[in-house]
Design a protein around this ligand. Sequence first.
Ligand SMILES: [Zn+2]
Length: 755
Amino acid sequence: MPEPRLFGARLYRASTIAGMNPSSFTRREFLQSSAAAGSGVALARAAPGTLWGQAVSSVAPESIPAWASRPMRWFQLTLVEDDPIHYDPAFWLDYFKRTRSEGVCLSGGGCVAYYPTEIPFHHRSAWLGNRDVLGELIAGCREQGLSILVRTDPHATYDDAKQAHPDWIAVDAEGKPRRHWSSPEMWLTCAYGPYNFEFMTAVHKEIMTRYHADGLFHNRWDGNGICYCVHCVANFHAATGLDLPRTTSAQDPAWRAWMLWRQRRLMSLLDLWNATIRAINPESSCIPNGGGALSSLDDVEISNRAPMMVADRQGRSGLAAPWFIGKTAKEYRATMGTKPVIGLFGVGIEDRHRWKDSVTSNAEIRIWTLDAIANGMVPWCSKFSGTLHDERWLPGVEDIFVWTAKNREYLVHERPIARVALVFSQQTAWYYGGSQAHAKVEDYAMGWCQALVESRVQFEMVHDGLLDAAHLAPYKTLILPNIAVLTEAQCDQLRAFVAAGGSLIATYETSLYDEQGARRKNFALADLFGVDWTGKREGPMQNSYIRLEHEALPHSPFFAGLEDAPRVINGVSRLEVTPREKFAETPFTLIPSYPDLPMEKVYPRVPRTNISCLYLRQAAGRVAYFPFDIDRTFWEVLSADHLKMMRNTIQWATNEPPAVQVEGPGLLDVTAWRNPRSVTVHLVNLTNPMTMKGPYRDFFAIGPHTLKLALPPDVRAKEARLLVADKIIPMERSGATVSVMVPSVLDHEVVAIDI
Ligand SMILES: [Zn+2]
């Protein structure tokens, strides 16, 4: 009998490499205890197969405990300390029922215990009395058959704990214990020492022993930056031979060593917590909060340790179009594969001022949640405070949840239909972006996401730690948005991808840095790009342009939509490169910067050059390299001309008809899924004056739209329906293509085609 694959399989290898505590649960122990637990571990999600004729990636089928795979709706109720005498548990149990919630996350302990804990310095709610609030809620949820996670938050503690255990407290660079910035009666704890490894382990053991929960959800478990306590000083020195860093510069070797040491420390903490609770409930798991492209912890490592992950993106912040939550879903899926990715949304407006008790418009909550669902997330509504100060959000969340319950069979999303993938690189964020990771890394990705959504191109995201052939198999085109840090091994994987017929689009400093964040003399991918870096960089450029070489290349596909454009704006930063070969096509050439003031002086000094702005090669696959920041500039100024250049480049690189085409007006996030008995296509209507910042007040209907779906030869469409309009609609067949008409989309529509 083949050995079952379990979600923790890679955990133990990582522990061994890191030289970590061998007390971690071993794989064998886990297998034995899982077997002893009987049939509760249900096989969830799909086995690999083919998708539109392509081998489907990636992650092997894994057994996921049913408690994690089954829920399609989660509700998190985070109690505040005085809730025990104010809040109404019956109201919440009824609301879980009304929303058809299938999983809950309930407050347990850490900062505040909501049950009669026996552990010294585990602070019981001052309003708890003799009650067991957690136990009461769990009992009510068990009656409803819900999956149950218990939330703990270890990031702060009190004076009595500090007096007895001063070494539990986080220490700043001057050697002073750190007060909590918002609740000054509390102290920040050290996440890397005995507070987490001993005290919180005891808390987790007690909770699991008392309640036999399905899992634990850990909020703010991963520390408050560098800690200079006695344990951190000693442990870091013992592990690395270095003193703790005094800077957070990516160029500081101590900082880089600390980041890796912290990761190993926290992964061993997760292993310890998992081992502790699985000794009591073998199917249980720790679900650590965190993750995503800018996380300081490796998403691959975290994903290997959890049967599901929760993406805590409660709402917009700054400029965040609703597709941002869809991008987040794709990021998490990149390392979670077929395991559930949960979209944690709030009902308020927070931003950096953190109005934790606020309620925003139903339209805003709705568009955020609909885009999460369209991108494959399981929705998780998170509410702080069981005592409601504002109830306006209740019907809206209920409405979304009930709709997903009604359409469950079409929303169990199995495999995304996408041929384009955007690579993201945490190591580039850490070692090249540093404290400017948003500007130097994320803005490039955001530009491509905006262009892909506007172009209605279905896409996925790929983690740069998973560039192996199996993970890349579903994709024809990979986009590398200024992925500056790439190892030689990763570059070899990209070469293999192109050699096997895959196409690459890369921008700016992609592959110019090594894994230490040190700049190379030349691109590691110079051979693929066909150019060498001269060592010169220009920027920020003012008033520079790009000439379209219409005469040399009439009817070039790169000029689609730009037929009447002699020139377009340039980006802001460019690298000077020299071609290694003669390029067959040079559609775009540089018009160098010229003065932008006084106005009398604003005329091109050099109207034309032969300096290319886009290098195009046909290897086995196609390679397009932009030696400038087209993507970052697009995110900054959103020029329609840059959009067309990017879109045309994606089409050239992908060089095949799309599986899904939607024609009609407006800005739509179009996602498509191959499910067990359907192809499900989501049309989320982002057309709104508030789109780019996200404070939706209302929706504006658009339509009609025509959806064309190219089905693989072995798939026959039986019937088409609209899940929002709630009706069966006619289908037109032409060869392997089916077309349907969607008359109108208000906030969203979902076309489900039974197969
Ligand atoms: Zn410490």
